[in-house]
Design a protein around this ligand. Structure first.
Ligand code: ADP
Length: 220
């Protein structure tokens, strides 16, 4: 699909992003015989992975890989701030920061997404491995909770903490995928219709595509 090859294309509607169910049907994803998770068409219909610029995804909410101060920054945070316009920063500065592992919501302003959920990821080197993993998982779960509380049905995630915060993508992607699976299976997660993992770098997308079949195995 063209959208996967070119991260500089225009606004992308969630309904135009193929789900894992469709990708398996087209043999676009590998299989992982070591998966311990139950295959589920219902889950695979809700989840997608693609390489794109998250600021151009027209979801009910996009997640920002933010910092504790909820201030401007570089990477995906900087891209979201500049695409949303100055009102986003104004609103987020009124939220009194965000603890690592937590998430807070603002409007999307000039973004095609209605809301931005700001999740403060862990800086990899500042914690022992177990704590870094726990905090990253908490970012995904809290973002999804905040989404559900705000009536969000479609949400896009970047790869939290794997840029400047230094979390290796091979360690972060299983945590991201497992947390989303867990949440979608919970009572709280029933109202979510689509969760899209948006990767900016081709290498990161490759890692996700390799890891997905373990957490979301094909249903047929
Ligand atoms: P962190 O500080 O949490 O590590 P970064 O923004 O440095 O956050 O990186 C998080 C991830 O976001 C990285 O994998 C990076 O490639 C990705 N990223 C950067 N810009 C964008 C964008 N416009 N859309 C989607 N992902 C992006």
């Amino acid at each position: 699909m063209a959208a996967r090859r070119n991260v500089s294309r225009g606004v992308l509607n969630i309904s135009d992003i193929p789900s894992l169910l469709e990708e398996y049907a087209r043999h676009n994803l590998p299989r992982d015989p070591s998966s311990v998770h139950a295959p589920s068409a219902a889950l695979n219909r809700k989840v997608s992975v693609l390489r794109y610029d998250i600021t151009k995804v027209a979801a009910d909410a996009i997640v920002n890989a933010a910092n504790n101060r909820l201030a401007g920054g570089s990477g995906v945070n900087g891209a979201i701030q500049s695409a949303a316009g100055p009102q986003l920063l104004e609103e987020s500065l009124k939220l009194h920061g965000c603890q690592t592992g937590d998430a807070k919501v603002t409007k999307g302003y000039m973004l095609p997404a209605k809301l931005v959920i700001h999740a403060a990821g862990p800086i990899y080197d500042q914690y022992d491995k177990k704590e870094a993993n726990r905090l990253l998982e908490s970012c995904y779960l809290r973002s999804l909770q905040v989404a559900a509380e705000n009536g969000v049905k479609t949400i896009a995630f970047p790869s939290i903490s794997t840029g400047i915060f230094g979390f290796p993508i091979t360690e972060a992607s299983p945590i991201a995928l497992n947390s989303v699976r867990q949440f979608l299976q919970s009572a709280e997660g029933m109202t979510l219709e689509r969760v899209v993992f948006v990767l900016f770098a081709g290498e990161d997308e490759k890692v996700y595509r390799k890891t997905i079949p373990k957490y979301f195995p094909p249903s047929e």
